[in-house]
Design a protein around this ligand. Structure first.
Ligand code: ASP
Length: 443
């Protein structure tokens, strides 16, 4: 019987497994409170959750380094297509910054983390925010040493030192930029060996992410179980669920604003296409993005839909869309901004205006650095948290909810790519909207 159950579990899709892990974690936590198995849960279950977090943190620095250097060094194509290239990249960056700004406005208005009572925030802060003091120190240092301190801090005096802590991720990103730039200047032929090393390392890292995610259901179970027993005393759980529900609402409403307001306005005013017509063309790609949670897996369908149903030339789509799938993640950047602020709020960490700016910069860069695969954005969130001085253990709060949010943000990512592709094609005179038949829409 139990063997049967185990083999059924093994056959489930990953997101179902994570959901099962999450549900069992909550159930375990609730039972542990009833039967007073608090100490057992802390000693024997919690470490497996910590291991999961360690694995995610472990992979973050290598992923940022490799995928950013790889992405930037790919830009040699741009010398040929410099006009289209700069237009595309400018729009990708612009839409990402708009997306993050929307996310920040929503999360700072709704303040989901404040749904946890003050004592709970304090408790969480003591438990999880080992770097809280450090952040205060840094803020004071910044004040002491003038307005350009942030810029100074961006440039690491030593790369090994920078790689020692996830808090210095911005410095790693800077190094990756510099390295990639060096490669672009040297030219394709001279850096061919590094290029092939990078792309195979990239593949290895993606495999490792896959392995870590295979452990996710167990990690999520342990995280949830220990979080529940940690928060058990005096009705903390109810406030936790209220806070989490409001957090999910904040992410979804920001994504919805992007997909139902920003893109339609952009398409209407800059491309001259109605949103319903655009949706009729892109819907199959959106559905696939929703069900696979991967922009990369969706790419072939996005290409087909954008070319055949939205009338973008192959020349434009084959440049703009693969680049977009890799670097343009509006949905992911919204998720990172909202999540970072939510976790900071839940931990009682005050974020000032410069922290919010740091979020804009790091969420832009880390969404660029996120691979187009499920959960990549969650892993990269470690960077944003590190940059604002919040312990990445805060991921424990939101990890179990990630899959459904990943499905929604990937849909936004793909829609953003398609919108920009349509715009670039129009401005290059390589766009002709085809007449759609009923059958075309269904396919
Ligand atoms: N799943 C997203 C994508 O493939 C990335 C992420 O946010 O995790 O676009």
């Amino acid at each position: 019987m139990s063997k049967n159950l185990l083999s059924r579990f093994a056959k489930m899709p990953r997101y179902t497994k994570i959901l099962v892990g999450m549900t069992l974690g909550i159930i375990w936590g609730l039972i542990a409170i009833e039967v007073e198995a608090y100490q057992f849960t802390i000693n024997w279950i919690k470490p497996f959750g910590k291991i999961f977090i360690h694995l995610l943190k472990l992979i973050a620095v290598p992923i940022v380094l490799v995928s950013l250097i790889d992405g930037i060094s790919n830009l040699h194509e741009l010398s040929k297509l410099s006009r289209i290239g700069s237009k595309t990249i400018g729009l990708y960056l612009g839409t990402t910054v708009i997306a993050i700004t929307i996310g920040l406005i929503i999360v700072n208005t709704i303040q989901p983390g404040e749904y946890l009572p003050q004592e709970k925030q304090q408790e969480l802060k003591e438990k999880y925010v080992s770097k809280a003091d450090l952040k205060v120190e840094t803020a004071q240092d910044v004040k002491k040493s003038g307005p350009l301190r942030m810029l100074e801090d961006l440039i690491p005096p030593n790369i090994v030192e920078a790689a020692r802590s996830n808090k210095n991720m911005l410095q790693i990103i800077f190094f990756a930029f510099l390295f990639g730039l060096g490669m672009v200047i040297l030219g394709k032929d001279k850096v061919a060996p590094i290029k092939s090393l990078l792309s195979s390392t990239n593949q290895v890292l993606l495999k490792i992410v896959e392995l870590i995610m295979a452990y996710a259901p167990f990690g999520v179970f342990a995280l949830l179980a220990s979080l529940i027993v940690d928060l058990a005393a005096d009705g903390g759980i109810i406030s936790l669920f209220a806070a989490l529900g409001t957090y999910v609402f904040s992410v979804l409403i920001s994504l919805a604003l992007m997909i139902f307001v920003i893109y339609p306005l952009f398409l209407r005013f800059f491309v001259g296409v109605g949103y319903i017509r655009f949706l009729k063309g892109i819907l199959p790609a959106q559905m696939l993005a929703f069900s696979t949670s991967s922009s990369a897996a969706t790419l072939p369908v996005t290409l087909r839909q954008v070319e055949k149903r939205l009338g973008v030339s192959k020349r434009i789509s084959s440049f703009v869309l693969p680049l977009g799938a890799t670097i343009n993640m509006d949905g992911t950047s919204i998720h990172q901004a909202v999540s970072a602020v939510f976790i900071a709020q839940a931990f009682g960490v005050n974020l000032d205006f410069s922290d919010q700016l740091i979020i804009v910069v790091t969420a832009t860069l880390s969404s660029i650095g996120s691979a187009a695969v499920p959960s990549a954005g969650l892993i990269m969130l470690v960077i944003v948290l590190g940059a604002i001085g919040v312990d990445p253990a805060g991921l424990a709060l939101i990890i179990a909810l990630d899959r459904p949010l990943d499905m929604c943000r990937t849909m936004v990512n793909v829609t953003g790519d398609a919108s920009v592709a349509t715009f670039v094609a129009k401005t290059e005179g390589e766009w002709k909207l085809p007449d759609l038949q009923k059958e075309d829409i269904k396919q």
